[in-house]
Design a binder for this molecule. Structure first.
Ligand SMILES: *[C@@H]1O[C@H](CO)[C@@H](O)[C@H](O)[C@H]1NC(C)=O
Ligand SMILES: *[C@@H]1O[C@H](CO)[C@@H](O)[C@H](O)[C@H]1NC(C)=O
Ligand SMILES: *[C@@H]1O[C@H](CO)[C@@H](O)[C@H](O)[C@H]1NC(C)=O
Ligand SMILES: *[C@@H]1O[C@H](CO)[C@@H](O)[C@H](O)[C@H]1NC(C)=O
Ligand SMILES: *[C@@H]1O[C@H](CO)[C@@H](O)[C@H](O)[C@H]1NC(C)=O
Ligand SMILES: *[C@@H]1O[C@H](CO)[C@@H](O)[C@H](O)[C@H]1NC(C)=O
Ligand SMILES: *[C@@H]1O[C@H](CO)[C@@H](O)[C@H](O)[C@H]1NC(C)=O
Ligand SMILES: *[C@@H]1O[C@H](CO)[C@@H](O)[C@H](O)[C@H]1NC(C)=O
Length: 508
């Protein structure tokens, strides 16, 4: 390995000497690490046109940025260790910038090595909480898509706004890419830190047959948050409806960041005999998704991307012409790098100083393809999210009822917003008669939840050993108490580390 590194170093020193002779135009070697398999919304075939569009845009701009020549290589990262191998295979040419990987486990290894080699990494993925802590392993990572932690802040603000106190998080963990696990981890970490009472329930739809009724029977929290495939969400909602839990005593959410079209209007509809029930059940289901903004330039971007995807040679690419957040993100990534490099060069640094360029990408606002992009001081993009709800119960159509702006942590209520849907009816109000919740009583939020925390803590104190409940051995509910929280979080981070270095152990 050290021999490999020194080879790399000597090669880029040669490249450095060669480069200084031609100073006006500068070659930038970009390595894009994404999966080839088009079942991923961030496959090479989908994202490549967006990156090429950005490259052309930078060239055509005419300004100082147009002196940059991007040599872009696309390598298959798959979703596991392959990404790291692809990076190491490329070590005989100096890489100035890495775009991707998106999958958490693929990203972990690549970012560690890249940070060590002083190469900036920009990704529209690597959204897990484990990457929030940039030091010491992920120092060169900049995230151009809002992380799960940013998304979770939407929930923290919702809880505060509507004075909810407890929640159960239901997620499908496939034990492979674990998207829902990482999504819920963010929600868990934030809500727990704010002293809400959070339980979670894991299902594994690959291994176990789903028993939605069993799940629904075990729900005792006011707020139910689900992350799972659309079919599973429907099963759970139907079961909840049959148990009359959709009458306002519970508030349901599902999280679907990347394909909100999967929810919205048609999601309850399957053309089976349960459609009518499902439509009624979905009237209390709210969907949290990314807020998509569009500006005029975006139109051209969309048209160009559609053209490239329809070219012959692109196979097995279902709805590849839908522009998604990953395409936007990687477009903006190249732009962000160009801006940061330009600034770094102005202050006398060269493209080889990855940490300096990374520093220029953080704490900055720039104009992305779809709108303003805010990168915070930790190198993560601020995110805006929407809450969608059914607004026409007859037709069963959905609309965005609230927008959440991460930059100033405020909600914008849309015309379809109906506060009644977000206030708890029934048990919680019956328990606390003085608890006349109005949306703007947020100052009481902390006090109320702290008090509830103590009561719940006392109730649970006697059941300290009963942390795990088994339901027919299929579903596991863990009630986390505050004393366990630290361990739980550390465990999750450790898991991300261990899983991604496992291969080192097995070859040792
Ligand atoms: C792509 O991924 C899907 C789902 O993970 C899998 O079923 C399929 O076989 C993969 N295709 C290729 C060519 O590897
Ligand atoms: C988005 O959701 C729709 C509707 O369920 C589905 O047909 C489509 O394949 C999904 N797209 C992606 C990229 O997952
Ligand atoms: C749902 O349908 C209504 C009316 O057809 C439309 O106005 C609305 O934009 C649709 N919403 C979504 C999320 O597709
Ligand atoms: C879109 O592209 C066309 C031609 O390529 C150009 O004339 C038009 O000004 C562009 N529109 C925007 C909003 O950039
Ligand atoms: C990069 O710049 C920083 C100052 O921001 C400096 O401390 C560091 O030594 C430089 N690294 C290289 C490899 O030149
Ligand atoms: C971020 O940038 C602003 C100005 O744009 C500056 O005032 C602030 O100190 C910066 N924060 C950090 C942590 O660098
Ligand atoms: C928060 O930010 C959004 C988007 O930048 C803006 O539209 C909104 O007016 C801001 N709200 C407040 C209260 O500043
Ligand atoms: C909703 O149904 C539950 C029984 O499942 C009942 O306890 C509760 O009082 C009902 N709430 C309302 C508002 O009707």
């Amino acid at each position: 390995m050290s021999c490999l590194v020194s080879l790399c170093v000597s090669l880029w020193l040669v490249a450095l000497v060669a480069r200084t002779s031609a100073s006006s135009d500068e070659d930038i070697n970009v390595l894009v690490l994404l999966p080839e398999n088009n079942s991923y919304p961030f496959s090479i075939a989908r994202v490549k046109p967006a990156i090429e569009y950005a490259k052309q845009g930078i060239k055509a701009n005419g300004g100082h940025l147009s002196q940059l020549n991007f040599n872009i290589k696309y390598r298959n990262s798959e979703c596991g260790n392959h990404a790291l191998f692809a990076l190491i295979d490329e070590c005989n040419t100096r890489t100035d910038l890495i775009l991707g990987p998106v999958c958490e486990y693929a990203a972990a290894g690549v970012i560690r090595v890249a940070s060590h080699w002083d190469i900036p990494v920009i990704s529209a993925g690597a959204l897990a909480v484990g990457f929030d802590e940039k030091n010491p392993e992920y120092t060169h990572l900049t995230r151009v898509a809002p992380s799960y932690m940013k998304m979770a802040k939407t929930f923290a603000s919702l809880f505060d706004q509507f004075s909810w106190k407890n929640a159960i998080l239901i997620y499908d963990d496939d034990k492979e890419e674990r998207n829902c696990y990482f999504t819920m981890e963010g929600v868990y970490v934030i809500l727990n830190a704010e002293e809400y009472n959070i339980a979670h329930l894991t299902i594994n739809s690959k291994e176990d047959k789903l028993d939605a009724d069993e799940i629904v029977k075990s729900l005792h929290s006011e707020v139910v948050v689900i992350c799972a495939h659309a079919d599973i969400v429907r099963e759970i909602m139907l079961a909840a409806h049959r148990r009359r839990m959709t009458n306002g005593s519970y508030i349901f959410f599902n999280i679907d960041l990347f394909n909100s079209s999967a929810y919205g209007n048609g999601s309850w509809k399957r053309g089976d005999k349960y459609d009518k029930e499902a439509r009624a059940a979905y009237s209390v289901l709210n969907t949290v998704t990314l807020l998509r903004t569009v500006k005029p330039e975006f139109e051209n971007f969309t048209i160009e991307l559609k053209k490239s995807v329809q070219r012959p040679g692109v196979r097995d690419c279902k709805d590849c012409d839908n522009v998604n957040m990953f395409m936007e993100g990687f477009h903006d990534a190249l732009l962000l790098y160009a801006i940061a490099l330009h600034e770094a060069k102005k202050s006398g640094y060269s493209k080889t100083n990855g940490s300096e360029i990374t520093r220029h990408m953080w704490n900055r606002t720039f104009e992305g393809i779809a709108g303003q992009v805010f990168i915070d001081t930790n190198g993560d993009r601020e995110g805006d999210f929407s809450v969608m709800s059914m607004t026409d119960h007859e037709a069963g159509t959905y609309e965005t009822v609230m927008n959440y702006f991460g930059i100033n942590r405020t909600f914008q209520m849309m015309p379809g917003f109906n506060s009644d849907k977000f206030l708890l009816h029934g048990r919680s109000i019956a328990k606390a008669p003085s608890d006349h919740v109005t949306p703007d009583m947020s100052s009481c939020g902390l006090g109320v939840s702290a008090v509830t925390g103590i009561i719940v803590g006392a109730l649970l104190g006697t059941a300290l050993l009963m942390a795990f409940y088994f339901f027919r051995k299929n579903y596991r509910i863990t009630i986390e108490r505050r004393t366990n929280r630290e361990e739980f979080n550390a465990g999750k981070h450790r898991q991300l580390r261990e899983d991604s270095i496992r291969s080192n152990f097995s070859t040792a």
